[in-house]
Design a binder for this molecule. Sequence first.
Ligand code: NAD
Length: 308
Amino acid sequence: MHVERLGIHDSVSAVFPPERLCEALADLHPEVVVVDDAAAISACDAVVTFAHEEAFLDLEWIHSIQAGYDRFPLPELEDRGIVLTNSTGIHGDSVGETVLGYMLGVSRRLQQYARQQERREWDKPDWDVPFTLAGESVCVVGLGTLGRGIADRADAIGMTVTGVRRSEEPVEGVDRVYASEDLHEAISGVRFVALATPLNEHTRGLIGEAELAAMDEESYLINVARGGVVDQDALVAALEDGEIRGAALDVFETEPLPEESPLWGFEEVTVTPHVAAFTREYYEGVAGIVRTNLERIAADGTFENRVV
Ligand code: NAD
């Protein structure tokens, strides 16, 4: 593969200005340009993008600025011999801090006070509602970049951290690791369940009616993975029936979350607009992976974070 012209697709503006990434890669050999239509895309050999476009199917390499790659047509890319790489590895700090924030928001009642402030209301919670995270428990499902970012922070603040991964191999900072088959056992009896797996055929609907029933009535579900990992109707029913106490959700089956969704209305549900990984350094992390891959293409034709 030889990359003479690298396009930065305009869709990355969902997360950062494309020009920032162009500037960060300006010293490299391939010409780096912002592209926004099929003609400009077809003049490139490779593209860095947020969204998928049909015009990418004539290129040699696509780099996704997200860790998730569920929006790309993997079989078609494979058939056509197009390389797809992703941006896993750069979101541990941002998503880890966001999840710590969700948990602190619940334990220290910060969301409740923010809502009250909007109404100029001075109101204290019942004495037995606030708690501290120290001594509480979180089960992190998926122990990759995101999962470890969450686990490290939970461990540092004094929580008991358990996790679920495909094998039971131990992970630093995680007190007990369960295999995927033991999901129900892992998520029962903990205060927080945090989802950090990719969305794929094995994880679609991973958390449904039975799993929500297995969770503790005082527990909270945190989803920073993808909306499809949770059966959203089952989640709404579990919240309405008091099967779990609340949730913090960054990702949804349909995004933006439709105005009529009941999820907006629960006191104990925090809704964020798929921004758990947002940080003004985001483009620098992407630039690092793209730079490494351009070097590796020139050296031995291999790729970091290759998906297809
Ligand atoms: P990663 O590849 O580093 O980690 C994913 C981990 O999940 C891997 O360790 C994998 O073995 C594990 N896994 C897969 N299936 C599993 C299963 N059934 N049970 C338990 N573990 C399983 O990826 P990452 O960077 O940590 O990102 C994970 C996912 O989170 C992405 O695919 C993306 O969809 C999502 N994500 C969301 C945001 C956001 O802004 N909310 C940001 C980054 C990533």
